[in-house]
Each structure stands twice: as structure tokens, then as C-alpha cells.
Design a protein around this ligand. Structure first.
Ligand SMILES: CC(C)(COP(=O)(O)OP(=O)(O)OC[C@H]1O[C@@H](n2cnc3c(N)ncnc32)[C@H](O)[C@@H]1OP(=O)(O)O)[C@@H](O)C(=O)NCCC(=O)NCCS
Length: 143
């Protein structure tokens, strides 16, 4: 399993009117970090589009001067889909993940239609990672 890490320093321009990290900024960084993990797995950036952002919940405030580390890894692949789990860690909270989301991308052809990515990935053996795989497999079937 390949983990991608992106770090950011929180600055005044990133804050909302309460003085904490603006949710829209957080969502943008999260999607970008997950996109990087998906594109690395796909070995291309130009044919990857985002179709779904799941469960973005803001449980703890992040403040000016904090450093956040965004972790992302490919948790599931289908025929054309790539689902990436993204987590934000902040030293203020003893490096526990304070936000987790799953972002699904689809590989498309030059007309924007889904097209197979041919990424080879098996259901993982690690029980924690298996749980993610099974969750996204069920989610896809339930749609
Ligand atoms: C992404 C897009 C091409 C998918 O087209 P579609 O006709 O809905 O796709 P399909 O129903 O054939 O599904 C394609 C794959 O996406 C998955 N998928 C589709 N909608 C999904 C959703 N809401 N959540 C999770 N997976 C989803 C399907 O399970 C399927 O996966 P698989 O091939 O691995 O089995 C289309 O919805 C689109 O163009 N969306 C806009 C994308 C965009 O502009 N994003 C923002 C900028 S990046």
C-alpha cells in the first residue's frame, strides 16, 4: 500500500470569520491530496475526474500557525473507479486523524465517458484496509 503525504502551514488567508481553518479550504486540499494518490496509481493525471466526496466531517478546529499533514491512499479500485481515503492529522491533536473522507475518481476517455483504467489491485490482506475495500464495494453495489 502506497501512502502519499502532503503538509501545509495554516496561514491567515486560510481562516474563516471565526479564526479557524475554513472548511472550503480543507475540502479543496483534501480532494487535491486524494487526486494525487489516484493519479499516481493511474500513472496519469489528464483522464481522472472526481465523482464523489464522502463523509467530510469537521470534528476539531484547526488554527492559525498549525501544521497539518494530509495522508491519502488508494483503498479500492473498480473497472473505471478509484476510491482514495484521505485523512488530516494535526500535531495539536497528538497526530490522531481529525478528519477522514473518501473521494472517488473515474477515468474517462476524450469524450468524458468512463473508460477502464486497467489498474491491478487485489482486496488487501490487512484487516483494516479490507474493511475499507469491503465498504466501498458495498457502496458501489448499493448505488
Ligand atoms: C464521472 C462520470 C464520467 C461518471 O459517469 P457515469 O455515467 O455516472 O458513470 P457510471 O455510472 O458508468 O459509473 C462509472 C464508475 O463510477 C462509479 N461511480 C459513479 N458514480 C459514483 C458515485 N456517486 N460514488 C461512487 N462511485 C461512483 C461507478 O460505480 C463505476 O465504477 P466502476 O467502473 O469501477 O464499476 C460523470 O458522472 C461525470 O462526468 N461527472 C462530472 C465529473 C466532474 O466534472 N468532476 C469535477 C471535476 S474533476
Amino acid at each position: 500500500m502506497e501512502f502519499t503525504w502532503v503538509s501545509r502551514l495554516i496561514r491567515v488567508a486560510d481562516l474563516n470569520h471565526h479564526g479557524t481553518l475554513f472548511a472550503g479550504e480543507t475540502a479543496k486540499w483534501m480532494v487535491e491530496a486524494c487526486f494525487i494518490a489516484a493519479a499516481k496509481k493511474n500513472k496519469r493525471t489528464d483522464n481522472v475526474v472526481c465523482v464523489n466526496i464522502q463523509g467530510l466531517q469537521f470534528k476539531r478546529p484547526i488554527e492559525n500557525g498549525d501544521v497539518v499533514d494530509i495522508e491519502s491512499f488508494v483503498a479500492h479500485v473498480g473497472t473505471t473507479s478509484i476510491t482514495v481515503v484521505g485523512r488530516i492529522h494535526c500535531s495539536r491533536y497528538e497526530d490522531q486523524a481529525i478528519l477522514e473522507t473518501a473521494v472517488t475518481f473515474v477515468t474517462v476517455d476524450d469524450k468524458g465517458k468512463p473508460t477502464p483504467h486497467h489498474i491491478a489491485m487485489e482486496r488487501p490482506e490487512d484487516p483494516g484496509l479490507q474493511a475499507y475495500w469491503d465498504r466501498f464495494e458495498s457502496y458501489k453495489k448499493s448505488r
